[in-house]
Design a protein around this ligand. Structure first.
Ligand SMILES: CC(C)(COP(=O)(O)OP(=O)(O)OC[C@H]1O[C@@H](n2cnc3c(N)ncnc32)[C@H](O)[C@@H]1OP(=O)(O)O)[C@@H](O)C(=O)NCCC(=O)NCCS
Length: 170
């Protein structure tokens, strides 16, 4: 049987997902992203996968309680032991066919083999122009991520060298 390279989770936004402003809180949305991304990554690789990187989460449209939420995850690039999964969240009134895109991001997962170390993932090969464009997007994000990582690592090193008293402000 061919490996599934995409998955869609569907459910209703519940009162327990809502913040004090009456809309679904960002933490719930991030959990859904991780759950759909993991389901997609595990389905493609047939392995347990860990989240290595979540980049550029954009919250585009608020989600209300009782809305039908669709979380779509699809593989858009594979490396040696990692895979990039694009996740889009759509939501809307279940009585209507209209759905708003509420959130988008790309998550990098790493497959973990029986020895507890990263293991080789099956190659994902784009089959049409849309998939080729999505893979090119993943590769561009990868390049951008490298410069972000350098900036963050430099800042963490710098913070570790500062006297603790200067980092606390009453
Ligand atoms: C993710 C993890 C397994 C990578 O381990 P590592 O020792 O860096 O492994 P490697 O250097 O062999 O890298 C493995 C792959 O991860 C990728 N990777 C590692 N860190 C990454 C990052 N910050 N962003 C994107 N990809 C990353 C590497 O590019 C490599 O991909 P490739 O094989 O396709 O080229 C390890 O850092 C880890 O366990 N992190 C914690 C994960 C976690 O707790 N997640 C939350 C709960 S699931």
């Amino acid at each position: 049987m061919p490996r599934p390279s995409s998955v869609t989770l569907r459910f209703l936004a519940e009162p327990t997902h809502v913040n004090f402003g009456g809309k679904v809180h960002g933490g719930a949305v991030m959990k859904w992203i991780d759950q759909a991304g993991y389901t997609c990554a595990a389905g493609w690789t047939g392995e347990y996968c860990v989240t290595a990187y979540v980049g550029g989460i954009r919250f585009l449209h608020p989600i209300g309680v009782g809305e039908l939420v669709e979380v779509r995850a699809q593989v858009i690039h594979t490396g040696r032991t990692s895979l990039h999964v694009s996740v889009d969240i759509y939501a809307g009134d279940p009585k209507s066919a209209t759905r708003n895109r509420s959130c988008h991001c790309v998550v990098v997962f790493v497959a973990i083999g029986a020895q507890g170390a990263p293991t080789v993932v099956p190659k994902w090969i784009p089959r049409n122009d849309v998939e080729r464009a999505l893979e090119a997007h993943a590769l561009r994000l990868n390049e951008l991520r490298k410069s972000l990582d350098t900036e963050i690592e430099d800042r963490l090193r710098w913070l570790d060298q500062q006297p603790p008293a200067l980092l606390e402000r009453e």
